[in-house]
Ligand binder design. Structure first.
Ligand code: PEP
Ligand code: MG
Length: 742
């Protein structure tokens, strides 16, 4: 390790250092051959340096990822040790290398931030078995190499072009449409990686001590969390206890210590063990086990933060002017961190339509395609990319024909936008005179100008948690009040429905950890946290009441599961109102208190609920996930069930009838309200107020104005008793037959 350090810190360019490294490793590992393959554009592994193979092969021998043993190591991101490599079915013989005389081989992937950057291999003439210790040593070497590769300097001048024989081919990838739009730009890869600057230790004793201190600090953080969730019941404490056990896990600690003993700094050692765990994690199919491994990953990140300090993803100022952001997954806060003026679109390997990053992206009108399997393996930094998020497809390195077609689509889209803009001041009224209210879903001040741009009637859902998610601590009452007042000022008299904090589940706050949860969507989230830790909710309501002085204030609670919860929350509003009154503060003209209908249990409490609420808004994103028991943020579930199914439509109709019978204003603010076909079905079953992202107002209004409700209504109702998985096709035919613009 010391000699490796000398090479790394010695002179010469990256190529010269690679040459010295292969020489050194071959000697240390008592191997006749050591070779380093680096991944280049077009998903090609190129021999960059070798000791033992023919030097002529350097920069000539290339294997596609997945091809031969080296390609196999890269594809699966795992080491391979073989006593006789030549009899392995994946062996691919390359005559230019002269490797036919070598039998045994050990190869390990060079990984950084979860991405395979290359492969390092040693080979021996004799049939020999490599020990676990040797594999570990090679993994450490690979980690050092990863830093060298990532630090740049290895790109050849023609890197932006194609590699001979392996042209970086155009590729079309199919994923899921998460946020509509078209974009063209250049790839910017965002790999969550805490930069470990110092790899080699000067003093192992010091590093061991640093590790101990960091572990103790992380342990303390976890104990702090335990105190925080004291009130959350024994199950939560058990979960946290298990989490804490990982932090104390001696096996884990031993492995980090071993890496330190091999000469690494504490942070480099943690990072090495973390990569190893990630690699194993990707091979585990059991969901429960994966989650547990995820805990380790999370702990490793905490440890790294403790050791290095700083934030994992910093604002990206080197991004291209027309960046297409590429990541495995992304939180809404990460999206907001990225310089907006450079961002054209987002591509994710994971992600589903109701994930909050998708919702924020829709609010900002940033096209997003998710669930692009294998994306990080085929895309290269700076690749030209066309994003057709409307159809969930992506073109990497597109040819001229694709670019032309795409340019035409963008022009058509612009014309469509102009038509919508012309409709802005026309009423959302059906051809037979039924009047609709179309409102916006918003969550950021930058959404407010859309009220004027779209001509929407108000804000049907203001998601208050979004501003909380991008801060580093809880905003106080004054800061919140200031924000809500600005929202109301900008709404300029149009109604705004403020939803109280809907954190937890898929909306974590960086400074508030509810502890791990086996089923976050069903866990300690939203109003449940609000009622268990009322100080947080009280503060928010105090701010809302103050901001609403002299105007109508509309407050709505998320994730209510029983009438009693609603009553407790409503009493907090009443208490805050009387406190404000006795303090002589100016009060809102009226305060309307509503409920979000997201938990199915409420449907069986409707009479009691409707006696107590001022309005109801159906949150169909959550309601549908609970009705089908189908995780809204799991991409594998995204297409499994359809909201346009007899089950969901019947349930929604029942809710609409009950609200109408008890004369309680009803709206719907889930994503389905913003899609023309879905909106047509909702209107037919009795919904008259729809709340949606700004970009949906034009298309939905165009649909409404082309709709003859009287003729469509009974036909839609007739579909509700069908035994079908979905009535989408039937609805579409019906719309076409009646000339409805969907
Ligand atoms: C919903 O659940 O439908 C909803 C509008 O709330 P959110 O998407 O913020 O959970
Ligand atoms: Mg919800």
């Amino acid at each position: 390790m010391r000699r490796l350090r000398d090479v790394m810190s010695g002179g010469g360019d990256a190529q010269q250092r690679l040459d010295r490294i292969v020489h050194l490793i071959a000697a240390e590992m008592v191997a006749e051959v050591c070779s380093i393959y680096i991944r280049r554009s077009g998903n090609v592994l190129e021999l960059f340096a070798t000791e033992g193979l023919k030097q002529d092969a350097v920069h000539k021998t290339r294997l596609a990822v997945g091809e031969g043993l080296v390609g196999d190591i890269a594809r699966h991101a795992r080491p391979l040790a073989l006593a006789d490599a030549q009899i392995h079915p994946a062996f691919a013989y390359r005559p230019e290398t002269g490797e036919e005389i070598y039998h045994s081989m050990l190869g390990v992937p060079v990984i950084r931030g979860g991405r395979v950057l290359g492969v390092v291999v040693v080979q021996n003439r004799t049939l020999r078995a490599y020990s676990d210790e040797e594999i570990e040593t090679m993994e450490t070497v690979a980690m050092v190499l990863a830093e060298l590769v990532a630090s740049g300097g290895l790109e050849l001048p023609e890197e932006t072009g194609t590699v001979n024989g392996f042209a970086a081919k155009p590729l079309r990838l199919q994923g899921l449409r998460l946020s509509d739009g078209l974009a063209i730009g250049h790839a910017r890869l965002l790999l969550p990686h805490l930069d470990v600057d110092r790899l080699f230790a000067n003093d192992m004793g010091v590093e061991r001590e640093r590790l101990n201190q960091a572990l103790a600090a992380v342990q303390e953080q976890i104990d702090g969390l335990a105190a925080l969730i004291e009130t959350a019941g024994p199950e939560s404490r058990d979960i946290l206890e298990a989490y804490g056990m990982f932090a104390r896990d001696t096996g884990w600690r031993e492995r980090i210590l071993e890496a330190i003993n091999s000469g690494l700094t504490a942070e480099a050692a943690v990072s090495k063990v973390q990569e190893d765990i990630r690699r194993r994690m990707s091979a585990v199919s059991d969901h429960y086990l994966r989650e547990r491994m995820q805990d380790f990953d999370d702990l490793a990140n905490r440890l790294l933060k403790q050791l290095i300090g700083g934030e994992p993803i910093e604002a990206d100022f080197d991004a291209p002017e027309d960046a297409i952001l590429v990541a495995r997954s992304l939180g809404p806060a990460d999206l907001l961190d990225f310089p907006r003026q450079r961002l054209r679109a987002v591509l994710l390997e994971q992600g589903s339509p109701t994930a909050h990053v998708a919702i924020v992206a829709r609010a900002l009108e940033i096209p997003v395609v998710g669930d692009l399997k294998g994306l990080l393996g085929v895309i290269e930094p700076n690749d030209e990319v066309i994003v057709d998020a409307d159809n969930g497809q992506v073109f990497l390195r597109p040819g001229g024909a694709v670019r032309d077609t795409f340019a035409r689509s963008m022009a058509t889209r612009r014309r469509q936008q102009e038509t919508y803009a012309q409709m802005r001041d026309l009423p959302a009224e059906t051809r037979d005179g039924a009047s609709l209210s179309l409102s916006l879903n918003a969550g950021l001040l930058i959404d407010l100008p859309q009220l004027t741009v779209t001509g929407a009637d108000g804000i049907g859902l203001y998601r208050t948690e979004l501003p909380f998610m991008v801060r580093s601590d809880f905003p106080d009452v004054d800061a919140q009040c200031d924000l809500y007042r600005r929202v109301l000022d900008q709404a300029d008299g149009k109604p705004v429905v403020f939803r109280t904090l809907d954190i937890g589940g898929d909306k974590p706050l960086p400074y508030f950890e509810g502890g791990p949860s086996e089923n976050p969507a069903l866990g300690w989230r939203a109003l449940r946290i609000g009622l268990d830790q009322p100080a947080m909710l009280q503060r928010q309501i105090r701010a809302l009441i103050r901001a609403g002085a002299g105007r109508v204030m509309r407050i709505m609670f998320p994730m209510v599961a029983e009438v009693a919860e609603f009553e407790t929350a409503r009493d907090i509003v009443r208490d805050e109102l009387s406190i404000a009154e006795s303090a002589g503060q100016p009060l809102p003209e009226t305060v309307q208190i509503g409920v979000m209908l997201e938990v199915p249990a409420l449907v069986w409490q409707m009479p009691a609920l409707l006696d107590r609420v001022d309005f109801v808004s159906v949150g169909s994103n959550d309601l549908v996930q609970f009705v089908f028991a189908s995780d809204r943020s799991d991409p594998r579930m995204a297409d499994r069930y359809d909201a346009l199914s007899p089950a969901v439509l019947s349930l929604l109709r029942q809710i609409a009838q009950q609200c109408r019978d008890q004369d309680i204003p009803l709206s719907i603010c889930g994503e389905i309200a913003g899609r023309p076909l879905e909106a047509m079905a909702l209107i037919a079953i009795g919904y008259r107020a729809l709340s949606m992202p700004a970009s949906a107002i034009g298309p939905v209004k165009a649909m409404v104005r082309s709709l003859d409700l009287g003729r469509v209504e009974s036909e839609v109702l007739g579909l509700l008793t069908r035994p079908d998985h979905s009535v989408r096709h039937a609805l579409r035919s019906l719309a076409v037959a009646h000339g409805v613009h969907i």
